[in-house]
Design a protein around this ligand. Structure first.
Ligand SMILES: Cc1cc2nc3c(=O)[nH]c(=O)nc-3n(C[C@H](O)[C@H](O)[C@H](O)COP(=O)(O)OP(=O)(O)OC[C@H]3O[C@@H](n4cnc5c(N)ncnc54)[C@H](O)[C@@H]3O)c2cc1C
Length: 458
């Protein structure tokens, strides 16, 4: 037929929506104050809190569960749970209030929530051990002081105009200028998923490893759920929201007009039309993920500037590693011995013997088959090189969390990209939240939402 893939998809989307848009199938109409697109960290929190403000909501979520990047593996053999996505939360009132209202207990990671064990350092390119002892991050208090100058850029990309040159230049320059070498491996490891942390504009490293994260590391105050099951909060939010959550549901078309927002969706409830006063979009704002939305030229131009990184998580079955030993990827002969990406970040033991959480990152998206093959190949190199007699027995679960870490280039940052992005809030009856607007950090997303909610609920 000679159509491009993009043209095919737009034809398919239009075909699916056509009966709904023509009114042929008489879809049920749902009327709400706010329609929330995406029910992960941002969407779920916003829906619950808008309810507190007396606003009616409906959440449209593509998957069959709320939670997004928060995902928990339930081991069928032992009944144990392993959080394979979001693990830690900052010790902040916004976190304690949210978990408290759903009666989900929290515990400090430092008190045993982190798994413990010992770490061996391996260069996964060769499988060989690396003579490496992590330097204590002695510069962390100075780092905290230094980034304080930029304000809470871990919560909103509210950047001064002009944007400070230090935020636009590579993070490597910031580290070198301030002698923060002892902090670089920590930023890399905490910021898993953000890609080439040294090469990216410093803005992204400092947004991810910001004031809140640094404070919680210095205070040893990071939290996780006492049950080691972070999905509990989403299961309870699902129950609370009841019919206001449409799971396994796809938005076919979203139109915004002077009178409000119309969202044509299809899911287990059949075709439905949501008529709302406002739309809150919490899915990654890429032009392709927003295919259903009637983006105007300004939105299209802003979102078209974003580039996505890539992050993958899995639980693998391994034999042959001594109990409690995890493997961290450390490179021989690179700055701060950070491993090049794409690559494995770490192979971490879990509460279940024989099951290991393996995280993998790439500066740009890769086919899942390639990532699965590379995870296996990396582990097999460890055995082949004689480092450990480890044997890869298969994936218990594998998940792509891509798109991840949307970012733009240094010229765009300096040219006012984030001013243009933030100016979209409220235009076309539409508000925006999620990691791309705040940070890949649930605490920061919820903190940011608290600032946005009065406008969304007004
Ligand atoms: C492996 C991993 C570990 C992490 N660890 C931590 C951690 O320890 N602490 C921390 O604070 N943060 C962590 N993060 C960062 C995490 O990204 C944020 O905390 C937060 O979950 C991001 O929330 P969000 O709402 O932007 O995205 P998500 O939680 O991904 O929510 C987006 C939702 O939109 C849905 N969706 C997408 N497209 C559509 C569509 N077209 N229609 C309807 N629904 C759609 C998705 O299914 C998803 O449910 C981690 C992330 C990953 C991947």
């Amino acid at each position: 037929m000679g159509l491009t893939r993009k043209q095919m998809l737009s034809v398919m989307g239009a075909a699916a929506a056509a009966p709904l848009l023509s009114g042929a199938s008489k879809p049920r109409v749902i009327r709400r104050d706010v329609c929330v697109l995406g029910g992960g960290s941002a969407g779920t929190y916003a829906a619950v809190r808008l309810g507190d403000l007396g606003r009616s909501v409906v959440v449209v979520e593509a998957l069959d569960r709320l939670g997004g990047h928060t995902e928990t593996y339930h081991d069928p053999a032992t009944g144990s749970t392993i959080d394979i996505g979001v693990v830690v939360f900052e010790d902040e009132p916004v976190v304690r209030d949210y978990f408290g209202r759903f009666d989900v207990g929290l515990a400090r990671i430092a008190d045993g929530g982190g798994g413990g064990g010992t770490t061996a350092y391996v260069d996964f390119r060769t499988g060989r051990p690396v003579d490496y002892t992590p330097a204590p991050p002695v510069a962390l208090p100075a780092y905290f002081q230094e980034i304080s100058r930029f304000g809470p850029i871990d919560t909103f990309f509210d950047l001064p105009d002009p944007v400070p040159a230090e935020l636009v230049a590579p993070f490597a320059d910031f580290v070198a200028k301030h002698d923060f070498g002892s902090v670089a491996p920590l930023v890399f490891n905490y910021g898993q998923g953000i890609g080439d942390v040294l090469g990216l504009p410093a803005l992204y490293a400092i947004n991810t490893f910001g004031l809140g994260v640094t404070r919680n590391i210095l205070n040893g105050s990071f939290l996780t759920t006492a049950a080691r099951d972070n999905s509990l909060i989403y299961e309870r939010a699902t129950a609370k929201l009841g019919e206001d959550v449409l799971l396994s549901t796809r938005a076919l078309r979203i139109e915004r007009s002077r009178s409000g927002v119309r969202v044509w969706v299809t899911g287990p409830g059949g075709p439905q039309v949501i008529e709302a006063k406002k739309l809150l979009v919490t899915i990654p704002p890429l032009v392709r993920t927003l295919g259903a939305v009637d983006l105007d030229s300004t939105e299209r131009s802003v979102f078209g500037t974003f580039v996505s990184g890539a992050y993958y998580t899995s639980v693998v079955r391994l034999s042959g590693l001594p109990a409690g030993v995890g493997l961290d990827n450390v490179a021989a002969g690179t700055p701060y011995q950070l491993p090049p990406l794409p690559g494995i970040y770490s192979v971490a033991p879990t509460a279940v013997p024989g099951l290991y959480n393996v995280k993998y990152g790439s500066p740009s998206p890769l086919p899942d088959a390639v990532v699965r093959r590379e995870i296996r190949a990396g582990i097999e190199r460890v055995a082949r090189s004689g480092t450990y007699p480890v044997r890869f027995e298969g994936f218990a679960v594998y998940k792509s969390h891509t798109p991840f870490e949307l970012h733009v280039g240094p010229r765009d940052i300096a040219g006012g990209f984030y001013r243009r992005l933030n100016a979209l809030q409220g235009r076309n009856h539409t508000y925006w939240s999620g990691a791309a607007w705040h940070s890949h950090n649930s605490t920061r997303i919820w903190t940011g939402l608290e600032r946005l909610l009065p406008s969304i609920g007004a």
